[in-house]
Design a protein around this ligand. Structure first.
Ligand code: NAI
Length: 294
């Protein structure tokens, strides 16, 4: 099995991750169809890709003609039937087991019978998601990181029944996309969302103990040497996504305390303060000032 960068692919979910995956795929040459059930999400996805490409042109990292070609390679649609006759479908919808299983089952019925189907899940079991499929050998996890165009790492997750041919083809494809694929076992949180979970949790716990969010983030990013602090990073991920993943990993490890989600994470979600995508999270992304009362 070989997937070339000229082959058409589909991405389902036009949110933070789906739009980023589509941008990277179209940049290397794939015709990409992005499907989302919400027309407003498609418009936001298209606008975010356009903004990212315009920034690259403004910084002289991309020619205007190349930007136009990349944009023209992406089709935006509400029709799931558009995943037919593609060489690969990547699912990047909400982190909910039943929603993903239902969608993956539908994709399998519409798509070519031997075509790989990948999930960008952060924390759900690949084996569990594959239960929606009669042919689980073609299903795997392809876990990109945010922002997709900038982050090299991709966790390639083999479920119990994923064929080695599919894993090898995906590793080669990710290399062709300029990514750094790491093949990972199907354990809760894989590598990054297992190891990094306490980073967010303890960041929120430090705020709960009275340390200002900006002080926590500055300590980690300054002398600490981390690229982003836990609270700014959680704002970028989106608290709805981050809290759901925190709960999922906590459940999967039978409630180990180091994975326990913090009260503030739930409070932010319930207040609709989702982070960068809603303009307000731990920080106010309009004014770029810390907002301490959560
Ligand atoms: P998001 O909330 O920004 O986007 C999800 C999109 O899926 C929305 O546009 C929604 O309309 C769409 N959607 C929901 N159900 C659908 C359906 N049945 N059919 C078609 N479209 C549907 O979420 P985000 O942040 O892009 O996350 C997507 C996936 O990627 C999740 O599994 C998440 O855990 C994972 N992920 C997220 C990261 C992050 O930093 N946000 C990092 C790595 C993985």
């Amino acid at each position: 099995m070989e997937i070339r960068t000229t082959h058409p692919i589909a991405v389902v979910g036009a949110g933070t991750m789906g739009a980023g995956i589509a941008q990277v795929a179209a940049t290397v040459g794939h015709p990409v169809t992005v499907v989302d059930q919400d027309p407003a999400a498609l418009s936001r996805g298209r606008a975010s890709v356009k903004a990212a490409l315009d920034t690259a042109v403004a910084k002289r990292r991309l020619e205007p003609a190349a930007r136009d070609e990349i944009e023209a390679r992406i089709t935006w649609s509400t029709e799931l039937t558009q995943v037919a006759r593609k060489s690969l479908v990547i699912e990047a919808i909400v982190e909910k087991l039943d929603a993903k299983q239902h969608l993956i089952g539908t994709i399998a019925r519409v798509a070519l019978c031997n075509m790989p189907i990948a999930s960008n899940t952060s924390s759900l079991g690949i084996g569990e998601l594959a239960q929606a499929l009669a042919t689980p050998d073609r299903f795997l996890g392809l876990h990109f990181f945010n922002p997709v165009p900038a982050m090299k790492l991709v966790e390639v997750i083999a479920g119990p029944k994923t064929s080695q041919t599919v894993i090898a083809a995906m590793v080669n494809l990710m290399l062709a996309w300029g990514k750094h694929p790491v093949v990972v076992r199907d354990v809760p949180g894989f590598i990054v969302n297992r190891v990094a979970r306490p980073y967010y949790g303890e960041g929120f716990a430090a705020v709960d103990d009275g340390i200002a969010p900006a002080t926590v983030d500055a300590a980690m990013t300054g002398a600490g040497g981390f690229r982003m602090g836990p609270l700014g990073l959680a704002d970028m991920i989106g608290h709805d996504v981050n809290f759901t993943v925190a709960c999922s990993v906590h459940d999967a490890y039978a409630g180990r305390t180091r994975f326990r989600p913090q009260k503030a994470q739930r409070a932010l979600v319930e207040a609709g303060r989702l982070g960068c995508k809603s303009g307000l999270g731990v920080y106010d992304h309009g004014k770029k000032l810390p907002v301490a009362d959560f």
